[in-house]
Structures are given as C-alpha cells and as structure tokens.
Design a protein around this ligand. Structure first.
Ligand code: BTN
Length: 279
C-alpha cells in the first residue's frame, strides 16, 4: 500500500486498476467533505474496511473506501451482495454526524437519494427508490444502500454508508434466482458507463444531501425521497421475519419509517423488512 497526498492506493497494480483511479476521483470531487479515497483491488467488504480504518485512525470522517471487487459484500437483512470485479461500484463513505441513533435511518435516506439522483444524472435512466433503500429501474434492482452505525446511547460515533451499484454487469454475473429481479445501468441503457464518473457524482450528491440534512433538517430529504418513491401508494406485501403483512404503503414518517394501511384494518409503522410491490 502506498500513500500520495490524501489518497491511499491499495492493490497489486499500483494506484489505478480496472479503470478506477483514486487521483481521478479526488480531482473530480475537489475538496469538500471527502478527505481521503482508499482504492482496493479486492476486499472482503468496503463497509468492513471503513470500520477497520476508523479503528486505526483518530479522524476518519470523510474517508471513502472503494473496491473493484468484494469477496464478502454484504446486503441488508444478512444477505450477500454479488460483487464481481471490473464492472460495478462498491463504495463506503465514513461520517461522524452530530445526530442521535434514532435518526440514523435518515442517513440511509441520504445514501438512497445520492445514489438515485447521481445515477439518474449520469445515465438518464428513470431511477426510483423502493422502500427503504433499493435503487430501482423498470421494477428491477440496480443498487442498494447498507448503512451501518457504531453508536453510544445518545450520539452516533460513526456511520458507514455503503453503496453498491450494478453498472456494467450483465445477467450472467448474477445467480439464477436473481435474474429478472436485478439489473444494471448497461442492461437498461444498452451501453457501458465509466465507473469513475458515477462514483464522483455519487460523492457529490452524498455531500449535497448530507449538508442539507445537517443545515436544513430532514424535511427536504423526506420530500425528495417521497417524490422518487416507487412504493408510496402501492399495494404491498411485507415480510417481517415470520410475519407477512399486506396493505397499502401510505407514506413514510419523519424518521423514514413506512406507514402501512393494513388490508385487515389499522395501521402499522414498519422500520425494516422486505417489501414486494404488487400494484
Ligand atoms: C442492499 O441489500 O440493498 C444493500 C446493498 C449494499 C451493498 C454495498 S456494496 C458496498 C458496501 N459494502 C458492502 O459490503 N455492502 C455495501
């Protein structure tokens, strides 16, 4: 591993590989809240690397981990995130926000908005957000956000916003059970995209939405999230462990929880789960 400026380059082939370059990414984001870009050829999980960096450095805020491939990429609800080399984006941003643990869901919203807006800007695709954090195009999943926190009782100490985007994958990169459910920017647009360009745009949008959250509060985020939502107003089925709930997704509340109008009457506030949008 070598250091140059505020970039760490990690990987056997030096400071740039498979079309990824930390210098190019840093040049594209020009200052702001991102202080360090760590680029890896292959890691277990960029979220894991972010927490490892946080354990070894006093001021890790603003560090970004990016990998060409992940061997143990993780998704929500304990799932794995398929992370082949040379094609997609696997990145994690490390922040130390001045908010309490109960507001942590707002950071997932920051990640989902950044991913959706950046992808829409760079690909022209009609990005939607399926609650809570699936990035969707044409009802197929193109990306996802995994926000993990380390917190004390009153304050979050560290938050890692992990973002995975299927950029240039084709269907054969995914196991059979996911084909037809997932997609990529290349599959949808019929052309390949520069991962660096999309990473830069995601970091710009992450910074923009994070600053909106810290300066103006949650309201603008929730409004934008609702306008990009594919879930609100839909009939849905939600799997919560052993429980299956059906109803209409009415809205999200001020903490990003889904308010479900149950088919059987009454309402439920849902904090996590697997949503299937029916109509
Ligand atoms: C989901 O289940 O939708 C969330 C997927 C998040 C995947 C990303 S890839 C970069 C970061 N590192 C991980 O191990 N997971 C996240």
């Amino acid at each position: 591993m070598t250091k140059s400026g505020n970039a760490i380059h990690a990987g056997r082939r030096g400071d740039a590989f498979a079309g990824l370059s930390s210098d190019e990414i840093l040049a594209g984001i020009c200052g702001g809240i991102w202080k360090k870009v760590c680029l890896f050829e292959s890691v277990d999980s960029t979220n894991e690397r972010a927490f490892a960096l946080a354990a070894s450095e006093a001021f890790p805020q603003g560090a970004v981990m990016i990998a060409d491939a992940q061997s143990s990429g993780r998704g929500r609800l304990g799932r794995r995130w398929i992370s082949p080399p040379g094609r997609n984006i696997y990145m994690s941003a490390l922040l130390k926000p001045e908010i309490g643990p109960r507001e942590a869901t707002l950071l997932t919203i920051v990640g989902a908005l950044a991913g959706a807006v950046a992808l829409r800007n760079k690909t022209g695709l009609d990005l939607r957000i399926k609650w809570p954090n699936d990035l969707m195009v044409n009802n197929r999943k193109i990306g996802g956000i995994l926000t993990e926190i380390r917190s004390g009782p009153e304050k979050i100490n560290l938050v890692v916003i992990g973002i995975g985007v299927n950029v240039n994958s084709d269907e054969m990169d995914f196991p059979e059970e996911l084909r037809g459910i997932v997609t990529s920017a290349r599959t949808e647009a019929g052309r390949t995209f520069s991962r660096v360009g999309i990473i830069i745009e995601i970091l710009r949008e992450l910074e923009r939405w994070y600053k909106i959250l810290t300066s103006e509060g949650r309201r603008p985020l929730l409004e934008e999230w609702k306008s990009l939502s594919s879930t609100i107003g839909k009939e849905v089925r939600i799997v919560l462990g052993n429980e299956v709930l059906s109803g209409v997704a009415e809205t999200i509340d001020d903490n990003g929880m889904l308010i479900l109008q149950l088919g059987s009457g009454g309402k439920r506030r849902i904090s996590s789960g697997d949503v299937m949008e029916l109509r």
